[in-house]
Design a binder for this molecule. Structure first.
Ligand SMILES: Cc1ncccc1N[C@@H](C)c1ccc2c(c1)OCCO2
Length: 115
């Protein structure tokens, strides 16, 4: 017989976003992602990265209710990591931090969703 699907409870999705963002900001490898990349101190960044994103901007958007659901929030978090992979060598301080942060995030949100 078909397994009955659990109804989706979207009421606490924004609370989950706040927990996830706090966990990202508290991570020891978060330092390259905490504030917007200042394109004056990073030559070429503005040309290469069309949609900059960072954890403080995500926090601002969360505070201003610009995320309608968890999915929209995850899109912006992944933008942080995809920008990082595009601009930084995998074998670099920032590149490695990005990979570690993405692995942490993927594990954390799947944990929270399977509660
Ligand atoms: C995520 C990212 N990708 C590419 C470049 C930079 C950054 N992060 C900025 C904050 C950053 C991180 C480290 C820095 C720096 C700026 O400016 C020069 C000194 O070291």
């Amino acid at each position: 017989a078909k397994k009955a699907k659990k109804p989706k409870d979207s009421s606490n999705e924004l609370a989950v976003c706040r927990v996830l963002l706090a966990d990202l900001e508290a991570h020891q490898d978060a330092w390259p992602f905490l504030s917007p990349v200042r394109h004056k101190s990073v030559p070429g960044y503005r040309k290469v990265i069309k949609k900059p994103m960072d954890f403080s901007t995500i926090k601002e958007k969360l505070t201003n209710n610009l995320y309608l659901n968890l999915e929209n929030f995850i899109v912006d978090v992944n933008l942080v990591f995809n920008n990082c992979q595009r601009f930084n060598e995998d074998d670099s301080e920032i590149g490695r931090a990005g990979h570690r942060m993405r692995r942490f995030f993927d594990k954390r949100w799947t944990e929270l969703l399977h509660l």
